[in-house]
Design a protein around this ligand. Structure first.
Ligand SMILES: [Zn+2]
Length: 317
């Protein structure tokens, strides 16, 4: 086997890579091969050129190995991916960072994705009605789909991947989960009543990640569901046929314009202000602009949010 020391930085990576290759070639359960690999790693140093493993084979292997293991036993898969796989080695950020990656795309950019590979599957959560789609709403971009659900309905992962974010988000998402999938897409699930996964968990398509709810900036129980690529949101309608809620195809091509906001909403990124009138409270202003009191307090560093002055300028966004 050819040596490639740049790709393999330490012994743990060797163990993990070897484990995957062993699982492919021997067809044994990953737990059985763990023991064998750990023994041999003490005495010998093996180098594997990871670039020789085609991505399709890697994904199929991870799919079949993860199927045999409980979430708790899949840590080696997550660490392998986070250390080695190009999808996971950029823009991951530290735990608790909702969107560490923010990329600007050009009109001529095109990106091809294999959404599902081999035996991998796609899962869409059941919902009562499709309440709102992707696009401009109330003067700002609505970056996902709003799917009506009941509090406590189960929420499951769309594709295989590693949970990047699972916590309460005070920017409006409430309890929120973000999974970075092996296909390169991230899906985001917001307003959950309960979180049932942790950052670093390797979850398979259709596995429980939490329960639906109405936490954060939400007017009733629903799932706010976003699809993102390298930090930029896009309309899941490009990938999903809304007549049956199945994938249109196993592959997906995004073009630059799919990953850009309409020009008028780019301008929106500059600040918007409101001048306080007589009798207005922060709560009135928050309601008027469909934002939250806590967001206004934070943006304006307000020490006494109950004592607004007439004529005071309040930054909205
Ligand atoms: Zn929404």
């Amino acid at each position: 086997m050819e040596k490639n020391t740049e790709l393999i930085k330490n012994k743990r990576n060797i163990v993990n890579s070897l484990l995957l290759v062993l699982s492919i070639s021997l067809g044994v359960s990953a737990q059985d091969s763990t023991a064998a690999v750990l023994d041999s790693s003490e005495s010998s140093v093996v180098s594997i050129d990871l670039s020789e493993i085609p991505d399709s084979l890697l994904r199929s292997t991870i799919d079949s190995v993860s199927k045999l293991l409980s979430i708790e036993d899949r840590g080696f898969i997550s660490s392998y991916l986070l250390d080695n796989h190009p999808i996971y080695t950029t823009g991951w950020g530290r735990t608790g960072n909702l969107l560490p990656q923010s990329t600007t795309f050009n009109d001529k950019d095109t990106f091809d994705f294999t959404l599902i590979e081999g035996q991998e599957s796609f899962y869409i959560n059941e919902f009562d009605s499709f309440n709102w789609g992707y696009g401009p709403r109330w003067g700002r971009m609505h970056r996902g789909w709003d799917l009506q659900m009941d509090v406590g309905d189960t929420l499951r992962a769309a594709f295989n991947g590693v949970v990047r974010y699972a916590q309460y988000n005070d920017g409006g998402y409430g309890n929120c989960v973000v999974i970075r999938h092996l296909n390169g897409i991230e899906t985001l699930y917001a307003h959950l009543s309960k979180l049932d996964c942790q950052p670093g968990d390797f979850v398979r398509a259709g596995e429980l990640i939490g329960l639906a709810g109405s936490t954060g900036r939400s007017s009733g129980p629903h799932l706010h569901w976003e699809w993102r690529y390298m930090g930029q949101s896009f309309d899941a309608m490009i990938a999903i046929d809304t007549s049956n809620y199945l994938l249109k195809a196993d592959s997906l091509q995004l073009i630059g314009s799919n990953l850009q906001d309409p020009p008028e909403y780019k301008i929106r990124k500059t600040a918007t202000y409101h001048t306080v009138k007589s009798g207005e409270t922060l709560s009135h202003i928050a309601q008027k602009y469909h934002t939250s009191v806590s967001s206004l307090v934070r943006k304006n560093k307000l020490r006494n949010p109950d004592q607004l002055q007439i004529g005071q300028r309040i930054r909205i966004r």
